[in-house]
Structures are given as C-alpha cells and as structure tokens.
Design a protein around this ligand. Structure first.
Ligand code: PLP
Length: 338
C-alpha cells in the first residue's frame, strides 16, 4: 500500500496514546481493557474526524477549493473539527446541521459543538430532521459555484474513500504501537456511525493481515445496513490503495442493539457507561457515539461474550464537547428536575 501518494495536511498529534484502563477492568471483573486515545488528536477538543480531515482538506486544497461544505447532526463532532481545520488553513466553512433529535433546549441547540462551530467562524444553518442532506449540500455548492466560488463538499462524517484513508493510517499506527508494547490485543472495539472509521480500519487491518477482531457498535442504522455500508466503503478504500478484493465480508461485524430509540437519543446504559468511565478512569466519553459503544462493550463483558484472557482496545473517537449539549441527561443539579 502507498498512503504517501495521497496529499495529507498534518494537523493532529500523532501517534495518539494507547493506555491501559486498569480501574475499569477491575470494576467489571473482565478482560484486560485498553483505550486508544483518538480523543487526543489535538484539533479543537479532538476526535476521529481529524484523521479523515487531514486527507479530505488536503484534497480540497489540491483542487483549489475556496469554500468547504459539510453536514451533520446538530451536535456533530465532524462539523466542529471541519470548522476548526478550515479556520487553520483559511478556507471558508459552511455547515448544514440536521435536527435529528427534535431537542429544543438551549444547550442542545447552541452549546457544545454548535458553540465551537460558530467560534471557529463557520457559517451554520439548520435543516429539519429527515432532510436529504447530501442533496442540500449539493444545491448549496451549485449556488456558490454560480457566484464564482470553488466549493468542495465533504460527506457527513467525512466518510468516503479519501476520508477513510485516515483510518487506514490509524490501523498502521495502532499495529506498530501494539508491536512496540508487546501487547497481543485480540479485539478492537469502536462506535460506528457514518462508517468511515470502521471501514478504514477494516481496510488497513486487512492489508496488514492483522488478527485483531474488530467489533463495531452501531449508533444509528440497523445491523444489516451498517455492515453493508462499512463493507462497501472498506472495499472501495482498499481498492483506492491498490488492494482490490482483499476485504473479507466476514471481517465486518456490527452490533446495533445499543442504539436505543434513535441516533443521539440517550439510553440509561449510555449514561451508566459515560459516568463509569468518568469515575473510574477520569475519561470523558460522549453521549452519542462512544458512550453507546462502551455500553455495548460493558454489556458484552457482563454477559461473558469475551474470554477472560482477551485483551481489548476501545477506540476513543472523541465527542466530549457534545456533553455540554446534554446537561440534563446526566442529572446535573438545576437540570435533573426540569
Ligand atoms: C463521527 C463519530 C464516530 C463515528 O465515526 P464514523 O466514521 O462516522 O462511523 C464515533 N465517535 C465520535 C465521537 C464521532 O464523532
């Protein structure tokens, strides 16, 4: 594979740390647990989108774009990281936010990631839940092009083969760390949404012939749809790197039983998981992705779905800025009785 032929705008702090979670392992009485700290990428409170955006924004610059358009849910971490990197390189950023939850409170609509989108100078506009966001972006791009601008559209979550290259690179980075630390990890666990993170990892680990089993916990789509999205994008990403046909469908696995009533809607198990990590490891997980992924992993451990000798790496994909959009979910004083 040759990643270096793709333009990359380095802005993250690499490699992100790989750390043990001894208090969580002990609390659960389960297997050895580790965390890969992609919440520490360094870009505007960090997160997994930084890896994708290094390739996507480099591609936009290569194509001489003067405005970047992207979309996400109201509390999108992807939108926030895109706004930050656009600010850093001096390209205008236009963000379309879809109201997927119907929450009307101040914090959800204006605090957390939304506050940061605006602070980074992005132009933010709202769209109703269920809108065709890709079509919305394309029509905005068209009208900007008519004004003589050069728009570059980044899909939701940065999930296309160019963006997924960031997680092919993460597969290399993690494999090197595991080798250097003499850590024979058995599983890599993550929250999977728009699929680019999961797909990039599958493509990278397949090319490396890694024995790591990847377990994705879905946050939105049902299992069949999620696995198909991940598989399709992993195949395209591997092909982009000259490894067509290397991805085995069997290597793509998603458990989508921990979504609750929908994307971005809190579950009791998510609240328990986020609180547990904050109080055993001092780590900030998020209500939409990592909290639900972790609730799945905790449930698997409690149900004995892992072996006692397994060594599990949880990929912390970031998102803690969204906590400030969900204060009442965590029963904070002044919010819990409202
Ligand atoms: C976007 C996001 C994910 C999911 O990554 P995808 O590549 O969209 O599947 C997981 N965790 C956090 C915190 C995110 O912001």
């Amino acid at each position: 594979m040759n990643l270096s032929k793709f333009p990359r705008l380095r802005c993250g702090h690499w490699p992100t740390p790989l750390e043990p979670m001894p208090r969580l392992s002990e609390h659960l009485g389960g297997p050895e647990l580790w965390v890969k700290r992609d919440d520490c990428t360094g870009l505007s409170t960090g997160g997994n989108k930084t890896r994708k955006l290094e390739f996507l924004v480099a591609d936009a610059i290569d194509k001489k774009a003067d405005v970047i358009i992207t979309q996400g849910a109201t509390q999108s971490n992807h939108a926030r990281q895109t706004a930050a990197l656009c600010a850093k390189v001096g390209i205008e950023c236009q963000i379309l936010l879809e109201d997927r939850t119907g929450f009307e409170d101040f914090d959800y609509k204006l605090n957390g990631n939304v506050l940061l989108d605006r602070l980074h100078g992005a132009k933010v506009s709202q769209r109703p839940g269920g809108a065709d966001m890709q079509a919305e972006m394309e029509s905005l791009a068209e009208s900007l092009a008519k004004q003589g601008r050069r728009p570059y559209v980044i899909p939701g979550g940065g999930s296309n083969p160019i963006g997924a290259l960031g997680y092919v690179n993460a597969a290399l980075e993690l494999t090197t760390q595991l080798n250097e630390m003499n850590l024979d990890a058995t599983h890599l666990v993550l929250a999977t949404g728009s699929s680019g993170t999961h797909a990039g990892l599958i493509a990278g680990l397949s090319i490396l012939n890694s024995p790591l089993k990847v377990v994705g916990f879905g946050v939105r789509a049902p299992k069949e749809k999620q696995e198909q999205m991940v598989y399709d994008l992993a195949c395209k990403t591997a092909a982009l790197l000259g490894h067509e046909g290397i991805v085995d469908r069997q290597s793509v696995f998603a458990d989508c039983d921990y979504v609750g009533s929908g994307y971005g809607l809190p579950t009791p198990a998510m609240v328990e998981a986020v609180t547990l990590l904050a109080q055993t490891e001092g780590l900030l997980f998020d209500p939409v992705y990592t909290g639900k992924g972790l609730s799945g992993m905790i449930d698997w451990i409690r149900k004995g779905k892992f072996n006692a000798t397994d060594k599990i790496v949880f990929l912390h994909t970031g998102g803690s800025a969204a906590l400030f959009g969900y204060p009442e979910t965590f029963g904070l004083p002044g919010y819990s009785d409202s």
